[in-house]
Design a protein around this ligand. Structure first.
Ligand SMILES: Nc1ncnc2c1ncn2[C@@H]1O[C@H](COP(=O)(O)OP(=O)(O)OP(=O)(O)O)[C@@H](O)[C@H]1O
Length: 292
């Protein structure tokens, strides 16, 4: 962390301050500047989506906020305190659930709850709290099942319950629904909106899905292509809540926002990739079967 971050901070600082971050990764051929001057202030209770082409640096931003990476320049302030390492006040939900396979859903959540509340909650309170969080994600009916006994969507729900049960200041989600089929994904988005309505968490979510970003977010942060990726544009999403995907489908403002994100991604930040040149047939191709 650059010490000037702390010196320059004032009591009016935003809740979460991502301050002028650079990230240079060492590589065998020299430093690779993945991020350059990423600067973003987030208010308590805001839902932020990070969107951008593959490899632009979204996960790197999230990992720096999580305290898993240290920025080369600049840094993170959460409620005016610098972030240098992972902590339970910044819970992360990954694309793949990362549950411990030998523990039930209940026990997976319990592990996180014990880590945070061992000294402040009685056994009974912990049980109540674990059950409450599993109920919040509609998993109370399967809380005693192990990960191999439940579906992908259900595992992801447990992962979210585990993160929420830590009562984090910030929920960091790295493509949380990326591995799910479209219908399950829609259910999960609806659940997340319900939970958000109830708890008003501060969330940073990475997504590749434009509809998901518009549906869930208060602001969509669009990143330029790397190297030296940075924030290209920020879109305010002022659609009324609670939001319903069905009524939004025909909403003029929803469709305007959607088209702004698409324009950013596919016109302003279009990735020029010559697919033909990357897919070349091997020198000897298998011969067709005689009777084919
Ligand atoms: N540990 C590392 N060492 C070297 N380069 C890295 C490292 N981690 C990430 N990078 C590079 O930094 C850039 C940003 O990677 P990052 O994973 O943050 O992108 P992303 O936007 O999250 O991608 P995706 O959408 O595909 O998950 C990429 O070019 C990646 O190759």
């Amino acid at each position: 962390m650059n010490s000037s971050i702390i010196e320059n901070s004032t009591p009016e600082q935003s809740f979460l301050n991502i301050s002028k971050i650079d990230m240079v990764f060492p590589t065998p051929t020299g430093g690779f500047t993945a991020l350059k001057d990423v600067d973003l202030q987030i208010e308590k209770g805001e839902f932020i989506s990070l969107i951008g082409h593959s490899g632009c640096g979204k996960s790197t931003v999230l990992n720096i906020v999580a305290g898993l990476y240290q920025a080369t320049k600049g840094g993170i302030l959460l409620q005016n305190k610098e972030v240098n390492e992972p902590g339970p006040e910044r819970a992360v939900v990954f694309q793949n659930h990362s549950l411990l396979p030998w523990l039930t859903s209940y026990q997976n959540v319990e592990l996180a709850v014990k880590q945070v509340f061992n000294k402040t909650m009685s056994k009974g309170e912990m049980k109540e709290w674990i059950e409450y969080n599993l109920k919040l994600v509609h998993m109370d009916h399967a809380m005693h099942k192990r990960p191999d006994e439940i579906s992908g969507g259900m595992k992801q729900r447990v992962g979210i319950a585990r993160a929420l049960a830590m009562q984090p200041e910030v929920l960091l989600m790295d493509e949380p629904f990326g591995a799910l089929d479209a219908l399950t994904r829609a259910h999960m988005q609806d659940s997340l909106m319900e939970i958000q309505n109830e708890l008003n968490n501060t969330v940073i979510m990475i997504t590749h899905d434009v509809d998901e970003a518009v549906l869930l977010s208060d602001r969509i942060v669009m990143m330029t292509n790397g190297p030296e990726a940075t924030i290209g544009e920020i879109l305010d999403v002022k659609l009324e809540r609670p939001r319903s995907r069905l009524s939004l489908a025909k909403d003029v403002e929803y469709n305007r926002l959607r088209s702004e994100v698409l324009t950013f991604l596919y016109e302003k930040q279009r990735k020029v990739e010559n697919i033909k040149s990357t897919i070349t047939a091997p020198a000897s191709t298998p011969k067709k079967r005689a009777n084919a």
